[in-house]
Design a protein around this ligand. Sequence first.
Ligand SMILES: C[S@@+](CC[C@H](N)C(=O)[O-])C[C@H]1O[C@@H](n2cnc3c(N)ncnc32)[C@H](O)[C@@H]1O
Length: 273
Amino acid sequence: MTETTYSEKTGGPTTSEEHRAAGHWLLAKMGKRVLRPGGIDLTRRLLGSLQISSADRVVELGPGIGRTAQLVLDGGYATYTGVDPNEDARRQIAAVLAGHHDAAVREGDARANGLPDGSADVVISEAMLTMQSAADKSTIAREVFRTLAPGGRWGLHELSLKPDDVDQSVVDQISKALSRTIKVGARPLTTRAWTELVTEAGFEIEWTDHHPMKLLSPTRIIADEGLRGALRFFNNVRRNPQARQRIMAMRKVFRANQDHLEAVALIARKPER
Ligand SMILES: C[S@@+](CC[C@H](N)C(=O)[O-])C[C@H]1O[C@@H](n2cnc3c(N)ncnc32)[C@H](O)[C@@H]1O
């Protein structure tokens, strides 16, 4: 996977980095910590419904800079393993895990995560599958199934399209507009198609929830980052014209397509037998 990353230690991005960076890393560079479409509210509802206990071995695929990891670590868990191909993300999440028992992050790819069969009770992935091709989405769903123990559950939080019978031409146009502005392949599915993807891998859907896709609206940014975090983000963006231009362009695409965009969260269970 080739993806442009940012390091806090580089002393600020160059103009070409500003133009090339994947949207989520640009937002992270500006201080945004919540990088998923339904915000921290939908994550909290997902984690609440997953009911992670101190007996659960938790794996998070694509944890990014670790905001969800922090919530998991603050609750009960047996082990936590983050798997992310991005070095800068792993460095940042390692700082979040420091001092917590049985918590580690490893280099890996969700398509072949390297973890033993049945070695997880809970798998979490947020805003990671949307970035994958159709074939890779299916590969990852089967890989999660392999990794989970019987009865284990998978919590997903992704970008979705509505309504379920939205015209394919609209799907294609939105995916193209998102990918162009985020600079990463963005291929959201309808809730029905997310459900099919997961059930075709052998899972049973247990729970579904939705939340508006308002990643870049000021009220959502305050809700996600807190007042202090939001002010830091707004100030960083204000001081960086190239980042501002990119982020405004992303927001414009989100708003232009808001009638068809929302966030979906699912819990899928691997049957006991
Ligand atoms: C949009 S960010 C979301 C980060 C975090 N989950 C969140 O919601 O704030 C996508 C994350 O998925 C990771 N990622 C992308 N492709 C991946 C893959 N094939 N396997 C595992 N992680 C992947 C990226 O490195 C990044 O950390």
